[in-house]
Design a protein around this ligand. Structure first.
Ligand SMILES: Nc1ncnc2c1ncn2[C@@H]1O[C@H](COP(=O)(O)OP(=O)(O)O)[C@@H](O)[C@H]1O
Ligand code: SF4
Ligand SMILES: [Mg+2]
Length: 309
């Protein structure tokens, strides 16, 4: 058994955009899919709780989960193609999603699709409704995937690396859109990314994952100003900044194989503060005051370099 995420514990507050960060393979997507209970086979839940609005989703029947997926919690993946069917027009598939969420006549569903396309700022929405996904640019497809996720008017939107596959200018537009949607719809955002620049821009709170565990939880401001976990600090040094001449410091080594994870602290093979205890004993995720949490034996003794967000 591979524990893709293990002991991951954090709280999302209503209206406070949260960043879930970590390198590829750290467990971000598995965490997100878990909240919707759509972890692909052979993945399963070995334990834990996922509490949404006071209810533990892991105790719900499959039929009850339908009330949550899309309606309470929306999901946008890194690859818009995975949520769009190449064989149907944009209008047809969005209309189906709308009708799955609410029993409305076809005409009303079309109106609603038009509203959704306008909401995600698609130009010439009537024409786009008749288009097939392949006729649209990557940025436009991602907007449509966002419109699809908004169809059920979710309270929480999980955007899983929504701009990773897009050009830089398009990336900025999609991020701006997500910012505006939160305000316009009163929706809470979980933004998954490996890019600390995006975290600074988009979030108020950060959960740093490393190899399926939480390394650190703090407000975005504190994460950047005074990181407490060596991995967080290393992530910050690996961010390219236009306004800074400082050299980029890539994080040495690779994320470990979860089949045989390192003993003790999973970050120890890559950590410059590593000592015997780090190899021998796994650090707990400690509350360190002010709502912050850190999982490092040495956080009190070491001083890490931050950066202004
Ligand atoms: N259904 C699954 N069964 C077994 N292992 C999985 C499954 N899904 C993901 N994994 C593994 O879990 C780890 C975390 O994956 P993932 O959540 O996709 O990382 P991230 O999104 O941070 O890049 C990876 O090592 C991946 O190979
Ligand atoms: S517990 Fe040890 S190895 Fe892990 S991050 Fe802290 S100092 Fe580094
Ligand atoms: Mg992922």
């Amino acid at each position: 058994m591979v524990r893709a995420v293990d002991g991951v514990n954090f709280t999302v507050e209503k209206g406070v955009p949260l960043g879930l960060v970590g390198e590829s393979g750290s467990g971000k997507t598995v965490t997100a899919l878990s909240a919707l209970r759509v972890v692909p086979r052979p993945g399963k839940f070995a334990g834990g709780k996922i509490i949404f609005d006071g209810e533990d989703l892991l105790t719900k029947k499959e039929s009850e989960m339908r009330k949550y997926r899309g309606r309470r919690i929306g999901y946008v993946s890194q690859d818009p193609n995975s949520s769009l069917d190449p064989l149907f027009t944009v209008g047809t598939q969005l209309s189906e999603v709308v009708q799955a969420h609410e029993k409305v006549p076809k005409e009303r569903a079309s109106e609603r699709v038009l509203e959704l396309l306008q909401r995600v700022r698609i130009s010439e929405p009537e024409a786009r409704m008749r288009a097939y996904p392949h006729e649209l640019s990557g940025g436009m497809r991602q907007r449509i995937a966002i419109a699809r996720a908004l169809a059920g008017e979710p309270d929480l939107l999980i955007a899983d690396e929504p701009t990773t596959n897009l050009d830089v200018t398009i990336q900025a537009q999609v991020l701006d859109l997500l910012k505006d949607l939160q305000r316009e719809l009163g929706m809470t955002l979980i933004l998954i990314t490996h890019d600390m620049g995006i975290v600074a821009e988009m979030t108020q709170k950060v959960v740093v994952l490393y190899a399926g565990r939480v390394a650190e939880v703090a407000s975005t401001r504190e994460t950047f100003a005074t990181p407490k976990h060596p991995y967080t600090s290393a992530l910050l040094k690996a961010v390219p900044r236009v306004d800074r001449k400082k050299e980029l410091v890539p994080i040495g080594g690779n994320i470990p194989n979860l089949i045989t994870p390192p003993s003790g602290c999973r970050f120890h093979p890559r950590c410059r503060f590593m000592q015997e205890i780090c190899v021998a004993k796994e650090p707990a995720l400690d509350a360190i005051g002010g709502g912050r949490q850190v999982s490092c034996h040495r956080w009190k003794e070491i001083t890490l370099e931050g950066t202004s967000s």
